[in-house]
Design a protein around this ligand. Structure first.
Ligand SMILES: Nc1ncnc2c1ncn2[C@@H]1O[C@H](COP(=O)(O)OP(=O)(O)OP(=O)(O)O)[C@@H](O)[C@H]1O
Ligand SMILES: [Mg+2]
Length: 402
């Protein structure tokens, strides 16, 4: 009996110990489970945060004008933004596995840049180069920068420089053209002056003819310098409306036509006008407006052979005024219609120069009209004639004339 009681109490003790161990294990397991759940929640939160950050980064880069391309450390293209698609012709979005950089951006200079950045002894983290892409008609000038991100890979940024390069080339052309246009009359003047100086016995009639030529060439220089000053003034005040006043375009047009009538008559041309009786106001600088009308009518007269017609018309709506100068002259080819508003552009250089032109008239018209917030254009048929038009924003009629 005593033995049985002892055995039972031993068993109870063992059971109690086992229960305590089990209980502790259970408690430990629950704690571990709770820790695991906590950990999982934190990971989930972290992931959510990261995907929001990634979405924000993506939205940010998609709004950039600069192209951005990301490579991993093995030079696979992993991501890029919208501008990179536009500038480098990459597909809209990535499909399937990442592709090798040379498959998507097959630029020799890029390959060299990446090679450079992978050299252990490199002294820089970034390489830049310029690229004309794609070669041909609508070539774009791209500035490409490649930067190493260490273990994270590389980032390539692509910047479109075409506009800057185009402007630079226009400026170079402009300076070359100005120099050339100045040199021609100067050389002529110098030639006449030297001949006069070296030949004191020159007959009076020849002397007079030479002096007249000098006078004509000086006038040419004067006009050229005046036009250049006008253009530079227009460039400076681009977008600014200082000095603009309400001007009566109907009055300015009538006065210009009156001034040019004798020129048209001398060429045997009919100059007709259809202009409203009352005032038509626009906000502009009066002299600029006069130059616009005068350049267009002067061209129509210059480039229309004898017995032709030049018709000037002014029409308006509540918000807009339209001036049209139509002629029955030599006309312009479609390619020339696109180019006549460029500085110094002349279809027939020799003929225009003979007529005293420098090829700046229409560029002055265009700059002035754009400065007033208007538009200018031409439609024309070779051998039949041209119509140059200008539209300007109209001011209410009660504005006072400037
Ligand atoms: N009405 C027209 N008909 C045909 N060709 C024209 C007409 N107006 C302009 N052009 C062409 O466009 C060119 C540029 O005209 P623009 O008025 O700028 O220069 P320009 O008349 O030669 O010289 P200027 O600086 O004295 O005006 C002209 O040389 C001419 O070839
Ligand atoms: Mg002209």
């Amino acid at each position: 009996m005593v033995a049985l009681t002892t055995a039972l109490s031993l068993l109870a003790g063992a059971l109690a110990v086992a229960a305590i161990v089990l209980f502790r294990r259970l408690a430990a397991a629950r704690e571990a489970g709770e820790r695991a759940t906590d950990g999982l929640l934190r990971v989930q939160q972290d992931l959510r945060l990261r995907s929001t950050e990634a979405a924000r980064m993506r939205a940010g880069t998609s709004a950039l004008d600069e192209g951005v391309v990301l490579l991993d450390i093995d030079q696979n293209v992993v991501d890029w933004n919208r501008a990179a698609s536009d500038l480098a012709g990459l597909p809209e979005r990535r499909q399937g596995n990442p592709r090798r950089v040379e498959d998507l951006l097959p630029w020799g200079q890029l390959e060299l840049a990446l090679e450079d950045l992978e050299r252990p002894d490199r002294d820089t983290d970034a390489v830049r180069f310029e690229l004309a892409e794609p070669a041909g008609e609508d070539e774009r000038n791209l500035l490409v920068r490649v930067r190493s991100l260490g273990d994270l890979g590389f980032v390539i940024t692509i910047h479109d420089q075409s506009r800057i390069r185009r402007l630079e080339s226009m400026r170079r052309d402009f300076v070359a053209n100005v120099s050339h246009e100045l040199k021609t009359p100067l050389a002529a003047i110098k030639g006449f002056v030297e001949t006069l100086r070296d030949d004191p016995k020159m007959p009076g009639s020849t002397r007079k003819r030479f002096l007249e030529r000098i006078s004509t060439q000086s006038d040419r220089l004067n006009t050229l310098v005046g036009d250049l000053l006008t253009l530079s003034r227009l460039d400076e005040t681009e977008g600014g409306a200082e000095g603009f006043q309400p001007c009566d375009l109907a009055l300015v047009t009538k006065e210009t036509i009156r001034d040019l009538t004798s020129l048209a008559e001398r060429k045997g041309l009919e100059l007709s006008a259809s202009i409203p009786d009352g005032p038509v106001f626009v906000r502009a600088e009066r002299e600029g407006l006069r130059q616009v009308v005068s350049n267009l009518v002067d061209n129509a007269i210059k480039y229309t052979p004898e017995a032709g017609v030049v018709a000037v018309q002014l029409r308006f709506t509540n918000v807009q005024v339209r001036l049209e100068v139509a002629d029955t002259g030599i006309g312009l080819s479609p390619e020339d219609q696109d180019r006549v508003f460029e500085r110094f552009y002349r279809v027939d250089r020799a003929r225009s120069r003979e007529l005293g032109g420098t090829g700046l008239g229409l560029s002055i018209v265009k700059n002035t009209v754009r400065g007033i917030g208007g538009e200018v254009g031409v439609h024309s048929a070779m051998g039949k004639g041209s119509t140059f038009w200008v539209t300007l924003p109209r001011l209410p009629t009660d504005s006072s004339a400037g």
